[in-house]
Ligand binder design. Sequence first.
Ligand SMILES: C[S@@+](CC[C@H](N)C(=O)[O-])C[C@H]1O[C@@H](n2cnc3c(N)ncnc32)[C@H](O)[C@@H]1O
Length: 233
Amino acid sequence: MKTRQFDIITIFPEMFESPFGESILKRAQDQELLNISLHDLRKYTLDKHRKTDDYPFGGGVGLIMNVDPIVRAIEAVKESKPGARSILLSPGGKSFNQKMAWELSREESLIFVCGRYEGVDERVLNFVDDAISIGDYVMAGGEIPTMVLIESISRLIPNVVGDESSLVEESFEYNRLEYPQYTKPREFRGLKVPDILLSGHHKKIQDWQLKEALKKTAEIRPDLLSKEAKQAD
Ligand SMILES: C[S@@+](CC[C@H](N)C(=O)[O-])C[C@H]1O[C@@H](n2cnc3c(N)ncnc32)[C@H](O)[C@@H]1O
């Protein structure tokens, strides 16, 4: 299996050190299942102040990131990885979900472009394959959204998670939330683990888990169930 490659273009490369230096992502890099390269956008500026942003044409508040250093950075990465799929992190992008995480986990090479300030010059969209949003809220930059994507994509890459059967049982895999889970102690401050889970009756436990998953989804995320119904049509 080829090592997956993630290239990140950012003005804050240091932000990634700790999240990528722990737990699953660290192990996956140590085992050469994936390789993460950070690219400081300022290295792709041509002026002596290494400016990456400017005032918006037409007026308005804040600064917009310039198109040219971003495109130079993407093209520099693509020199050694011509087939890489490039993603701009943007609140105006497609909403990220588990289905997209699976799709991206099959790509050999991904480039992530992190915006800052008031966002990036719209023309950047002509030079990336996708624009992706992590949800309907505004973050200060694309760095944390990139971490969100990389963590969710990486755990779907073969051999990154120890027991891969755990991946198919999770929330969103069947357009529903996961069933409630419990561990020791059997009772905590009067709250008991449901008897059925202690029964040892495998089939009854599975039926209970499905029923509870559907109940929880109907209560908290009914939109997922209507998605399921639409897909079945
Ligand atoms: C403060 S935001 C810019 C918001 C922009 N003015 C707007 O209203 O759409 C700066 C950068 O953070 C990142 N960002 C913010 N929210 C995001 C989200 N929900 N998903 C992905 N990236 C986001 C993007 O890279 C964006 O260019």
